[in-house]
Each structure stands twice: as structure tokens, then as C-alpha cells.
Design a protein around this ligand. Sequence first.
Ligand SMILES: *Cc1c(COP(=O)(O)O)cnc(C)c1O
Length: 358
Amino acid sequence: MTIVDAIAEPLPRAVIDLAALRRNVAHLTALISPAETMLAVKADAYGHGLLPIAEAGLEAGATSLAVLEVPAGLVLRRAGITVPLLAWLHGEDTDWRAAIEADIELGISAVWQLEAIAAAAADRPAVVHLKVDTGLSRNGATREQWPHLIDAALELQRQGVVRIRAAWSHLADASIADDEAALAEFRSAVAEAEERGARFEILHLAASSAGIRMPEARFDLVRFGIAAYGFSPFDDCTGAELGLEPVMRLEAPVVEIHVGGTTRARLGIGFGDGVPVLGIAKTSVLLGGRRCPVVTVDVDTMTVDAGSARVAVGDTAILFGSGHDGTVTAEKYADWAETIADEMVTGVALRVPRIYEN
Ligand SMILES: *Cc1c(COP(=O)(O)O)cnc(C)c1O
């Protein structure tokens, strides 16, 4: 019997620079001090990997984590993360009791959610952050519903079923004028709740955009997402201009070379891995020390024009990275593909291994 070595299938990889994440979090946390950083790790930490990002963010100064849904919070608890966690997207399947008993704080937008908490009969009060809609119309009590939500929460607090910890909202980031109007709306909703007898330990409103540009919106904490991953929340400036560094570098191996008048390299990554198909005419990758224009993107491969570059099967192409040494940032790649950096990094498929660098 002959034993033949298996030939490893060359895979694309997303290399995650945890030191860059730590520097971003430290930088943002210093900027907003004495407000604190709640690091948003929803959507598998914007595609970077939930647990490693949570751990690195906490090392760098974040004091709490925003997880979107309860199951992600349970994953963090099982991994030994003990800091406050906030989950605010709930549905019929939400395991309220597991959330409460794992000390996951719950963003609450509607009375039915409070009723579900009461019905869960957990062994301790649920810690709730009451969410008011200040104009975004996304998952928050309207100003009409708000007094009812407050009264219901106060009643359950009297019964020992909940502990009201926070009032909060989310800004649309559409324009400064909109955000200022939303800020005024938030203050007025908080005042209304206080008149009804609610006392909040903390208030929070800002995500990356207002956290950076609107100091009066920082309150007790800022829920930083995209900025922590190195990208600007603004159209008019880049992450680099804000002192931020991209955390993810997306690489793919050359799997085939066609030599004709010009060299065409096929890379082992495609739209099934999250590479955008839009804007191909503008996109290029770094390969063999030069920018190579993209020719086609298929489901699991893409072809680039390597010109007269000397490239070989097994070489590595970089789609996006730090923005230094010839790489472009995901912000730049996103411009070409008519999308945003958030989508570029979050869209990298789960089958692409994440490789962590310290
Ligand atoms: C996604 C999200 C954030 C983080 O937003 P960025 O703009 O990425 O900083 C903060 N708060 C809530 C409620 C979110 O859904």
C-alpha cells in the first residue's frame, strides 16, 4: 500500500490583527473618557470572530459588550467573559430565562418583552435597558408607547422581576441635524420617564459616529462598532484620518496561472466567500508586488490580470488590509464595489478561516 500525502486545498484567509483592534479600542476609549466603551461584537464581531475580539477589546479598555442577540451572549458567558453584556434583538425563540440567569442585560423596546421576562420566572431580576425610538424607527418604543413601557417596567421592578438600569436609543447618523434632534428627543424621553418615577443608573445613545463627533451624545457609554474595527463611520473622512487601523486583512492563494500575452492568475476566493461582484472594473488586488486588476469573480474563484508580474501557484494575493505596503483598506475596496467597509468585513464567509495575530 502506498501512502500519498494529501495535498492541502489552498484556502483564503482573513488575518485578524488583534493589536490593531486593541489600539483602536484604546484610542476611542481615551477620546470619550470619562464615558466608557461598550464594544459592539454583533454579527460575529463584524466578521472578525466573536470571542477573540471580545477578549482583545476588554484588554484594551472596553468595559462591556453589545451582542445583539441572547445566544451570542451565552457563548461569551460560557467562554468565561464576566463583564456586562447587552442583547436587544428578541423574538419568539428568545430564551429569556437563560439570558437572565447568565446575567445578560436586556434591551427592551416593548411591553410584550417585559411580559416574557415575568413569565420566564428566572431566579433573579432581569437587568433591563429601556429603549426609546428617537427617530430611527428601528426597534425602540415610540414616544407614544414609552410611558406605557416605563410604567410596566416600574411595576415589575416593584415586584422584583426587573431592575431598570438604563434608558437608551440609537441614532440614525443620517445628518448632524437629525442626530441633534434625536438627542433632544432622547433627553425629553428620559425626563418623562423620570417624572413617572424611573431612575436610571446609566444613559447611552451614541454609536461610532456620534461617539466621535458629538461629545454631548456620549452620556455614560458609547457603543463602538465599526470604528473599533478600523473604519470611519463618516463619508467625508477615512479611518486612517481618525487615527484608526483596519483589523482584518483578506488574503487568497493563487490556484492557477494562465500565461498568454499577459499573465492571468486565478485566486482561490470568490463571491461565495464574500468578494463583491459589483465594481469589478475598478477593483484590483495586491499580487507579486503590484496592483493587479480584477477580471472576473466567480463563486469560489476570481481571476486577476497579473500583467508581466512573476507569480506562481501558491503565492498570496491581498484583497484588502492595512492600507500600507501597496494594500488597500476595506474602505477603499468598498468604494470600488459601491458598498461600505462594514459590509466588506462582515460579509467574509464563515468558511474563510480567521487567523489571529497578536
Ligand atoms: C450596530 C450597533 C452599534 C454599533 O454601530 P457602529 O455604527 O458600527 O459603531 C451600536 N448600537 C447599536 C444598537 C447597534 O445596533
